[in-house]
Design a protein around this ligand. Structure first.
Ligand SMILES: Nc1nc2c(c(=O)[nH]1)N[C@H]1C(S)=C(S)[C@@H](COP(=O)(O)OP(=O)(O)OC[C@H]3O[C@@H](n4cnc5c(=O)[nH]c(N)nc54)[C@H](O)[C@@H]3O)O[C@H]1N2
Ligand SMILES: Nc1nc2c(c(=O)[nH]1)N[C@H]1C(S)=C(S)[C@@H](COP(=O)(O)OP(=O)(O)OC[C@H]3O[C@@H](n4cnc5c(=O)[nH]c(N)nc54)[C@H](O)[C@@H]3O)O[C@H]1N2
Ligand code: SF4
Ligand SMILES: [Mo]
Length: 672
């Protein structure tokens, strides 16, 4: 038996350190690495049995050729040589006839490792394919932070332990950022009050002192209302504002008078008294700390809502001290020379850029040239992309040549002409950084590939050779590139514990000592007023909304991660069913009761669910947690048949929460 270190590869801010026990080249047990500075030896319930994912009987082990109708899931095995020949020959024909822009790569964050995640970039740049704008997650949140704070680093997550008022704002931390709650617990033990601001009572409500339920998409109005009251009641830090903030006077004169509590109450659904008491508590707290999730940024007003919330700490001087402020995401991006990984120098001319949230549109409507081949890796767009009906219609095109490189036969893989088996994170080398901590870690191969699976890096090497690319870059191994990256001097990595890093442990990048007084903006100040923005001052923009009676919260599941972990019967059994949660009075008004089969519908599509009637959800809202594989769904579609391809106000992000639906009783559901 051997124990080796690795990293959780999933798209999660915690980036846990793993200890993997192996016997005869198989992972038999996976536990948390107690030496990890942030995750300290514990894992979430999804990863406690990672060996069951890695050695799942559902793993793809050989390349497959599609034999039946698209989506039928019928395939027969072929060799790697045949698969690579088939793909490269088909691409050569397409390029000759229509140009390389007729080929579209589609990938996201199946693995967060920098090398494997980005392995396709140099290849597709060199090929001259259409480029993909990877904006499915939270670019609007980033844009909102940047508008006020530029590239100022976010506070260290453990600083929350020093706070006396912790606000979990639009984040279901128990499900999506569980290790952050360690610091929250420490703060609470010392007397801190913990709030959650969400659109319904999530699991996280059970670990906070107070949950505030707001109307979907109204958080910007709440932040403006709180600022109005902080100014009215003199609960602001004039010294900090004068020294470190640009544009407070303008906000105070031009914007805040329009947001008295009565008006904010109308917009948010909170009572005026509640808003008054929130403002008093925030203004009086010595160390208020906001942990901002991404949910509220996935709306038509998402960037502006984030930007407005990010202004709030500036009024009370909360960016000037340890243990306060606002944590949106940590930025460890510059710890490695990304340009050596992405190789934008391989880009050939002005190739077209396609927004990944608009895949449905791109596959069906784009012209000059239409997309003739789609290459999907590290993503499952048939499940996770918005407007599922359009995506599936596109994937069904018999004249679309689709290649899917996957660990499992996902909804997307079922539509492929060629399926390539992918290694899991334990079978590949990588470099990891985190978006919720300041940790970095190197992971080496832990076990040999399962079956004939190959990593993204290896497959792009094979494809590069088959396409005749001469650059030596395409002949390197993943470890060659990692060694090269680590040989380059980098100021961000200067203060790390080198010995621990070389031993494969997670290490922290130290924050610059002056990060609380020198802000990374053009003016060096916190920019409440930012003349470079289309709206120089924050304001309230309503969300898109819709004409149907219920706002749909298409939220993450505790038991899965986007559509990953759906291979695991144990987790799915605990989740029980694909539920739609609804308030008891809404259910009564519709004549519906617990466990009824229902259909949620809007002009985009219809999705079957099992109804769960619960007061955790306010009236006018319904909640569908989790993205299910179609084979496990109670009807022919899953949640994203109800979400639209509309984009956010800034940064062209997804708007998964900004949709409305109606609900009716269904006939019998599929037997599960
Ligand atoms: N278990 C699990 N973990 C995950 C994921 C998963 O699917 N499952 N996904 C991973 C990924 S890719 C990401 S990006 C992160 C997800 O990170 P986040 O997007 O931050 O996800 P959540 O933590 O669920 O936070 C979203 C919360 O926002 C709430 N919300 C929606 N609209 C509003 C609003 O208008 N106002 C307020 N105040 N709240 C609102 C939702 O109800 C939900 O509880 O988590 C990662 N981790
Ligand atoms: N309704 C709704 N939809 C959402 C969201 C939501 O909150 N609600 N969240 C959105 C967000 S925030 C995000 S980030 C996206 C995420 O969308 P995706 O990044 O597509 O996430 P997953 O569903 O986890 O799919 C990742 C796939 O990559 C595969 N994979 C894992 N490792 C590797 C590898 O090394 N190589 C290859 N080739 N494949 C690999 C896995 O088997 C898995 O099927 O989903 C979005 N969709
Ligand atoms: S999914 Fe997140 S919490 Fe769970 S083990 Fe991975 S990094 Fe840790
Ligand atoms: Mo995400």
């Amino acid at each position: 038996m051997k124990i080796k270190r690795s990293v959780c590869p999933y798209d999660c801010p915690d980036a846990c350190g793993l200890l993997v026990e192996t016997v005869d080249g198989k992972a038999i047990k996976v536990t948390g690495d107690p030496d990890h500075p942030f995750t300290r030896g514990t894992l979430c319930p999804k990863m406690n049995r990672y060996q069951d994912t890695v050695h799942s009987p559902l793993r793809l082990t050989r390349p497959l050729l599609g034999t039946g109708e698209k989506g039928s899931g019928s395939f027969h095995p072929i060799s790697w040589e045949e698969a690579i020949d088939l793909i490269s020959n088909r691409w050569r024909t397409i390029i000759k006839q229509s140009g390389a822009e007729a080929i579209l790569p589609y990938s996201y964050a199946g693995t967060m490792g920098l090398i494997q995640r980005n392995a396709g970039h140099p290849f597709f740049f060199r090929l001259g394919a259409s480029r993909l704008d990877r904006t499915i997650c939270s670019p609007a949140k980033e844009a909102g932070w940047k508008a006020v704070m530029g590239n100022t680093p976010a506070p260290h997550p453990d600083e929350v332990g020093e706070s006396d008022l912790v606000i979990l704002w639009g984040i279901n931390a128990i499900a999506t950022n569980i290790h952050f709650l360690h610091g929250v617990k420490i703060a609470r033990k010392k007397g801190a009050i913990i709030w959650l601001i969400d659109t319904y009572q999530t699991l996280t409500s059970s670990v906070v002192d107070q949950t505030y339920i707001v109307r979907p998409g109204s958080d910007g109005a709440l932040a403006l209302g709180l600022m109005h009251l902080l100014v009215r009641d003199g609960l602001i830090d004039n010294h900090f504002l004068a020294a470190h903030v640009q544009g407070f006077e303008e906000l105070k004169e031009k914007t805040l008078p329009d947001f008295p509590p009565e008006k904010v109450s109308g917009l948010t659904g909170l009572s005026s008294e509640t808003i008054e008491s929130m403002a008093k508590a925030y203004g009086r707290a010595k160390k208020p700390f906001i942990r901002l999730g991404s949910g509220l940024s996935r709306y038509g007003n998402g960037a502006m809502s984030t930007r407005t919330i990010v202004c709030l700490p500036a009024l009370v001087g909360a960016y000037g001290k340890k243990g306060v402020g606002c944590l949106t995401s940590t930025n460890t991006g510059e710890a490695f020379a990304m340009k050596e990984i992405l190789r934008e120098d391989f880009i050939r001319g002005e190739t077209r850029i396609v927004n990944m949230n608009r895949l449905g549109w791109a596959l069906n409507e784009i012209q000059a040239p239409p997309i003739q081949s789609l290459y999907v890796y590290s993503s499952n767009p048939a499940s996770v992309a918005p407007d599922q009906n359009k995506v599936l219609r596109g994937l069904s095109r018999e004249n679309l040549f689709t290649v899917v490189h996957e660990r499992f036969l996902t909804d997307t893989a079922r539509y492929a002409d060629v399926v390539l088996p992918a290694t899991s994170s334990l079978e590949q080398s990588d470099l990891y950084r985190s978006y919720g901590t300041y940790c970095i870690q190197r992971a080496k191969v832990v076990i040999p590939p399962v079956g004939e699976s190959k990593s993204n890096w290896e497959v792009f090497g094979l494809l590069a050779r088959a396409m005749g690319f001469e650059e030596s870059f395409f002949r390197e191994t993943a470890d060659d590139l990692i060694d090269h990256l680590l040989s380059l001097p980098n100021p961000m990595r200067e203060g790390i514990d080198r010995k621990a890093f070389e031993a494969g442990k997670a290490v922290e990048i130290p924050l610059p000592p002056d990060s609380r007084t020198r802000f990374g903006t053009g003016s060096g100040k916190v920019e409440i007023l930012n003349p470079k923005e289309p709206h120089p001052l924050p304001l309230y923009i309503p969300p898109y909304g819709g004409d149907d009676p219920f706002c749909l919260m298409a939220a993450p599941s505790f038991y899965a991660l986007n559509s990953s972990f759906r291979e695991r019967d144990d987790l799915r059994k605990r989740e029980r069913s694909m539920f739609l949660k609804m308030n008891p009075s809404d259910a009564e008004a519709k004549g519906l009761k617990e466990a009824d089969p229902v259909i949620a519908f809007n002009p985009l599509g219809e999705v079957s669910f099992v109804l769960h009637v619960t007061p955790d959800v306010p009236r006018g809202v319904v909640v569908a947690e989790g993205i299910w594989w179609l084979e496990h769904a109670p009807g022919p579609r899953s949640v994203n048949a109800l979400t639209s391809q509309r984009l956010t106000d800034r940064a062209q992000g997804s708007t998964f929460y900004d949709n409305t639906v109606d609900v009716r009783r269904a006939g019998k559901l599929k037997d599960k």
